[in-house]
Design a protein around this ligand. Structure first.
Ligand code: NIG
Ligand code: FE
Length: 418
């Protein structure tokens, strides 16, 4: 159905003019239209001022079956949350409480908490249970303005349980209106069975798990956690190279806990994105820029683990592609609310409101290789957006900690309403 929304106080279109992402100073230009109108069916058909819309309606240059009024409201492209782990089982609130008392993430992990605690619960869960939690968290994301999301496996760490997680993600594609991208992350950690023989698990990943996931077409991306205490550069490279040979696109959890050279490896392998980057080096930033690898920042982690934030200013000023995502997971950033992530990015990473919007929409779409379809409200792109109950996009940052989304639309259809 052709719908026209009129009288929009502030319409953020992010007119990228065919670019897959915006970098550096370009990120300041979000192409806001005040007193705007937007016409769409499944796709965006037209955007402009309200006055232009009225003239066009009168001259019959445009027509609509339905006309809505958005007086006092703001419309922004749907958030593209390009990094999450929302399919898991169990609860890590005990770990969280211990961390608040000063115990480090690594210390907790070495004592059997951390990823391995979630692994045990995820292995024990049924497919239905995993689908249930994924549906709950994915629906929350939708309510907070997310229209596209990436979900990783990586809490099973056996062939069978990794496949179970990937199948749960496949089910979510049928249940949730969100656009879902899937990532295989069997190399999230080493399972306890291979504690003393990491190479044997890497062989299992390369010879059995990756080929099986590829054969069943269960994931588009492969991700590896390359950091101190997890996969080394050599181990990560081995897994990622095998994944690339099998046709996976690559992502890397890079330089999250230490300056490890993982961003440089991501760039060398032509990864689509390198994520986290709290400890990225200057060479790492330059390597990402050169390779066109998206630097995906996840400020929920620094907040939740009380660590230093990624050097967003440097990354933007050096013209690397900067995206923002939630990293929603039970251990290091338990939120599915991208508005919260945007708030953290401006208060703690010195990003501007405009940069935060571009990073969480168009540049997030680039991190999922989807910016030709989504991430901005340009003619021909999918009508994926949210209507916010605020008069300007600045209010999204100014009035923090509450949900401003009044409705979320995907492919021109209202999928959630407050
Ligand atoms: O993205 N860094 C590795 N993986 C997750 C944390 C997983 C967990 O603690 O459960 C992350 O931060
Ligand atoms: Fe992650």
């Amino acid at each position: 159905m052709k719908t026209l929304i009129k009288n929009i106080s502030s319409l953020v279109t992010i007119d990228a003019q065919g670019k897959k992402a915006l970098v550096g100073k370009e990120m300041q230009n979000i192409s806001e239209i005040k007193n705007a109108a937007i016409l769409f069916d499944e796709k965006i058909l037209w955007v402009g001022t309200n006055q232009e819309a009225n003239e066009k309606l009168e001259k019959k240059e445009i027509s609509a079956e339905k006309i809505l009024d958005a007086r006092g409201k703001t419309i922004i492209p749907g958030f593209v949350d390009s990094h999450t782990h929302i399919v898991f089982a169990g609860n890590r609130s005990e770990d969280f409480a211990r961390r608040l008392r000063g115990v480090s993430y690594q210390q907790i992990a070495s004592e059997g908490g951390g990823i391995l605690r979630t692994m045990i619960a995820t292995r024990a869960a049924t497919l239905e249970e995993l689908v249930e939690i994924g549906t709950y968290l994915g629906s929350n994301a939708l309510k907070h303005g997310t229209t596209a999301i990436e979900i990783k496996s990586g809490y099973g760490l056996t062939l069978e349980s990794e496949i179970k997680q990937l199948q749960a993600i496949k089910e979510l594609k049928k249940i949730l209106p969100l656009r879902i991208s899937t990532t295989f992350m069997g190399a999230h950690d080493f399972p306890p069975e291979y504690k003393n023989n990491h190479q044997k698990y890497i062989d299992l990943l390369c010879e059995e798990m990756l080929p099986k996931v590829a054969e069943e077409n269960l994931a588009e991306f492969c991700d590896v956690f390359i950091d101190e205490g997890y996969y080394t550069i050599q181990q990560g490279e081995q897994v990622l190279q095998k994944a690339a040979e099998l046709g996976f696109k690559l992502k890397v959890h890079a330089d999250e806990l230490s300056s490890f050279g993982a961003a440089e490896l991501a760039a060398k392998l032509g990864a689509v994105s390198a994520d986290h980057l709290l400890f990225i080096s200057d060479q790492g930033i330059e390597a990402l820029r050169k390779a066109g690898t998206v630097a995906t920042l996840l400020p929920g982690v620094a907040y939740f683990l009380r660590m230093q934030y990624a050097p967003a200013r440097k990354i933007i000023e050096k013209n690397a592609i900067c995206a923002l995502a939630s990293d929603c997971n039970p251990g290091s950033s338990f939120t599915e609310n991208m508005q919260q992530i945007l708030s953290l990015s401006v208060t703690n990473m010195q990003m501007s409101c405009e940069e935060a919007l571009v990073a969480s929409t168009l540049n997030g779409a680039a991190a999922l290789l989807k910016s030709n379809q989504i991430g901005s409200l340009e003619i021909g792109k999918s009508a994926d957006f949210s209507i916010l109950n605020i008069p300007t996009y600045i209010d999204l940052f100014y009035h923090f900690g509450i949900n401003h989304v009044e409705s979320t639309w995907i492919k021109g259809k209202m999928e959630w309403e407050a």
